[in-house]
Design a protein around this ligand. Structure first.
Ligand code: ATP
Length: 369
């Protein structure tokens, strides 16, 4: 797929901007703090309705404005679609071809993107919550129903945690409702675990091939889902449900004491290994960075497999971290099949002679030339 047009109104430091984005390689150049990342972020937000760098939607609205409006024209295999997303203090509204979507999860997936930014190193090095967020966002853009299950799970989790706190504060309260919350939690929890598990399996098979290529066959990467449930249980929904219920009953007293739910996908993690050594603990900075890159490149192939066409690749300030030959290799790998947007402070670092169908966009203080 290709983003053909993009317009923004009151988005971060962009007052009003429109540009045609029909080239396969789009290089966004400008000094620091001019709006390069903001531009890439807006494409990401148009795809996922969420930013990759903040949980606070209101940060996306230009200071002193009441709302921001994003519009994109996306060319896909089977036609063109118009996407509109409005973000205001009251919430978000999304339209596909002018039709308002009741659920945002129906809108997500109309445009598929893969972003690779310096902070992606955190997927390997950071806390489990960063990895869960990565998993949830990536699965959500190819399986929108997953986002619905996830939001239901989170609602139940909050209500169950409140109930646990009530049980603790009213010492002789009856815990009759706990069984009901447990069942509901397990019902949605197993859907999430199963989806994550199958996504990781597919991601693993692509990442392994790509990583072997990047490292000249020297390093084998493995991705594993870390969950409290054993792998046999994850294969079978009934066994998984039973295990979920048993584990909840085992930790009941601890949960009441602490007022939090201790079992479920909200506590799971993603682990990375290179040649069977855990990357987070034993990997060098370079190995951690290459693992993050392989993961992102694997995602591109996985989206193509699931959706039937390549997503758009957003490379934020990553060229400076690669030497010239790796940069060119990276861009050349995708230049004729994946539409790519790249930010850089210096165009001289990119070997333009090697690029076909490329356009250069200059950004200065929220204006494009
Ligand atoms: N909500 C907002 N309203 C107005 N301006 C904003 C808003 N949020 C961020 N900005 C401005 O956007 C600018 C930063 O833009 P951006 O992060 O895209 O920089 P950049 O060009 O990618 O720079 P670098 O090369 O340093 O990463 C800053 O000047 C910041 O003040």
């Amino acid at each position: 797929m290709q983003l053909k047009k993009l317009s923004l109104q009151h988005y971060r430091n962009y007052d009003e901007v429109f540009f045609e984005t029909g080239h396969m390689v789009n290089i966004i150049v400008g000094p620091n703090a001019q709006g390069k990342t903001n531009l890439l972020e807006s494409i990401f937000v148009l795809a996922l309705t969420k930013s990759h760098r903040t949980h606070q939607d209101k940060e996306l609205i230009q200071w002193n404005a009441s709302h921001t409006l994003l519009h994109g024209e996306v060319e896909k295999k089977y036609g063109t679609c118009q996407l509109d997303l409005t973000i205001s203090q009251q919430g978000k509204k999304a339209k596909i071809n002018g039709l308002e979507q009741k659920k945002l999860s129906n809108f997500v997936g109309s445009l598929n993107v893969v972003m690779f930014a310096p902070e992606d190193l955190e997927i390997v090095k950071g806390s489990p919550s960063v990895r869960r967020r990565f998993l949830d966002m990536e699965i959500g853009q190819v399986h929108p129903a997953y986002l619905y299950d996830l939001s239901q799970y989170q609602k139940i989790l909050t209500q169950r945690n409140n109930y646990l706190k009530q049980l603790f504060s009213a010492k002789d309260a009856k815990d009759g409702m706990l069984e009901v919350w447990n069942e509901q939690l397990a019902n949605f929890g197993i859907k999430i675990i199963k989806k994550r598990q199958s996504f990781i399996k597919k991601l693993q098979s692509w990442a392994e091939k790509i990583h072997l290529g990047i490292t000249g066959g020297g390093e084998q990467v493995r991705i594993a889902y870390a969950t409290a449930f054993d792998s046999a249980a994850v294969e079978d929904e009934t066994v998984l449900f039973d295990q979920f219920m048993i584990k909840l009953s085992q930790v009941k007293e601890q949960e009441v004491r602490r007022g939090v739910t201790l079992v479920g996908p909200h506590r799971d993690d993603l682990l990375f290994y290179i040649n069977d050594k855990e990357v987070q603990t034993f990997g060098s900075q370079g190995q951690q960075r290459t693992t993050a890159l392989s993961l992102k490149l694997a995602e591109i192939e996985l989206i193509r497999e699931e959706v039937g066409e390549y997503p758009i690749l957003l490379l934020d300030d990553v060229l400076s971290e690669l030497d010239r030959s790796r940069q060119t290799q990276l861009i050349e790998t995708f230049q004729n099949k994946v539409q790519t947007f790249i930010t850089t402070t210096g165009i001289e670092s990119v070997d333009l002679a090697k690029l076909e169908n490329a356009s250069v966009i200059h950004v200065r203080n929220g204006s494009l030339t």
